[in-house]
Design a protein around this ligand. Structure first.
Ligand SMILES: *Cc1c(COP(=O)(O)O)cnc(C)c1O
Length: 412
């Protein structure tokens, strides 16, 4: 049953037509524009069904078998299932599936391992670090002493020499590897080696690639990092939420850092939906999906390069790529606005060189819709046509509608 269908049949329509209209409009927006945001995906109807399930009513502070609320016997089974599926999927000794978001998972990871004032080495925000990697506007930058490493201005690749040098001179308590915009696989063995050399913990913030890891399309940080933080809603295609994976010896510290240190009651409906997503991610179909996501991103990178965009690192290993549209005569912010007017949704991102903003694109959502390399070629050509002014917004919108019409995210 499609989501639109569910909504139409839904009691919401009768009780609150105003809000129901808003949800229908959002469904329409998602299915008639191109979702190239690297952080988004289309969760399955089964995941959405779990989110709208009676577990949304359940209070369940604590962990299975040790709850503060009564009536948790079914909730316990749901959470245990989610934990067991996550452990099996990622080969981790322990999984905490309660984090409300990727940022909450990172907060709990720091709480488990660090004290306020500790030094932490992470990819600097101007080079693709996340807000939780030391932004002054975030708890991380206020409570810890972050030292940023960067990417090489020419190659766009992480400067490993700089990581090693900063680790030796600043002696961080933890090293964070992970990014919102890095298109290549991280060398987790390298980060582990540096962390061991200086006696630091290694935290992998795999919010983006964890879905590729689940599908076997990217290397796993689990054997290398002390803690792996992740989201469940990006390539992994589950509900909005977070997760932490670790070895058995840190399990209790991690659990206590999530609840009661940084969170209250677990969102049991979301945990049930995470279990559904982990179940989906363990299938051959998901492995094929993950491979196609990467093949599509590579195809898109190739077309954009041919169209004149400066693609960072010359391509991608993952679901995302970043590029500078300057050779087409527009800066990143202008490009994002023009593409939005054409029904193409994506974000700006930092670029390795200078302060100019680039564009970040991802293929997780369009691949869920069933698009392949041929469609990536059409999308790349359309992007270039819009930014060169070779087509106006309404012409571009018509082509976007044609494409999305052939690949509905929730087929009837
Ligand atoms: C997306 C992301 C997060 C945060 O996830 P939220 O669910 O938005 O809080 C953290 N770290 C990295 C590297 C991310 O890409």
């Amino acid at each position: 049953m499609s989501v639109t269908h569910a909504l139409e049949a839904d009691v919401l329509r009768r009780q609150d037509p105003e809000l129901a209209e808003i949800l229908l409009a959002e469904g329409h927006r998602q299915s008639t524009t191109l979702q190239l945001s690297a952080a988004e995906n289309f969760a399955s109807p089964a995941v959405l069904a779990a989110l709208g399930s009676p577990l949304a009513n359940k209070y369940a502070e604590g962990y299975p078998g040790a709850r503060h609320h009564g009536g948790c016997e079914i909730a316990d089974v749901a959470e245990t299932l989610a934990v067991e599926r996550a452990r099996a999927l990622f080969g981790a000794e322990h999984a905490n599936v309660q984090s409300h978001s990727g940022s909450s998972a990172v907060l709990a990871a720091y709480a488990a391992l660090l004290r306020p004032g500790d030094t932490v080495l992470a990819l600097g925000l101007p080079h693709g670090g996340h807000l939780t990697h030391g932004s002054p506007a975030n708890f991380s930058g206020r409570w810890f002493d972050f030292v940023g490493y960067g990417v090489d201005a020419e190659s766009g690749l992480i400067d490993h020499d700089q990581v090693r040098t900063l680790a030796r001179t600043r002696r961080p308590k933890a090293i964070v590897c992970g990014s919102i915009a890095y298109p290549r696989h991280l060398d987790y063995a390298f980060f582990r080696e540096v962390a061991d050399e200086v006696g630091a913990y290694l935290i992998a913030d795999a919010a983006h690639p964890i879905g590729l890891v689940a599908g076997g399309a990217a290397p796993s940080p689990v054997p290398y990092a002390d803690l792996v933080c992740a989201t469940t809603h990006k390539v992994l295609r589950g509900p909005r939420g977070g997760m932490i994976l670790c070895g058995g010896e840190l399990a209790e510290r991690v659990d206590r850092a999530v609840f009661p240190f940084t969170q209250g009651g677990a969102q049991m409906h979301t945990i049930a939906a995470k279990a559904v997503a982990f179940g989906e991610a363990a299938t051959d179909a998901f492995a094929a999906y993950a491979r196609q996501v990467v093949a599509n991103a590579r195809a898109l990178a190739a077309v954009l390069t041919a169209e004149g965009f400066a693609v960072t690192t010359g391509g991608t290993d993952t679901h995302l790529l970043t590029c500078d549209p300057a050779p087409l005569g527009v800066d990143g912010r202008t490009a994002r606005g023009r593409l939005a007017a054409a029904g193409i949704v994506l974000e700006c991102c930092p670029l390795p060189h200078g302060d100019a903003r680039g564009l970040r694109l991802g293929t997780a959502a369009v691949t869920t819709q069933g698009m392949g390399q041929a469609e990536m070629a059409r999308i790349g050509a359309l992007l270039a046509a819009v930014l060169r002014g070779a087509t106006d917004a309404s012409g571009a919108r018509a082509r976007v509608r044609e494409l999305t019409g052939a690949f509905p995210p929730y087929p009837p």
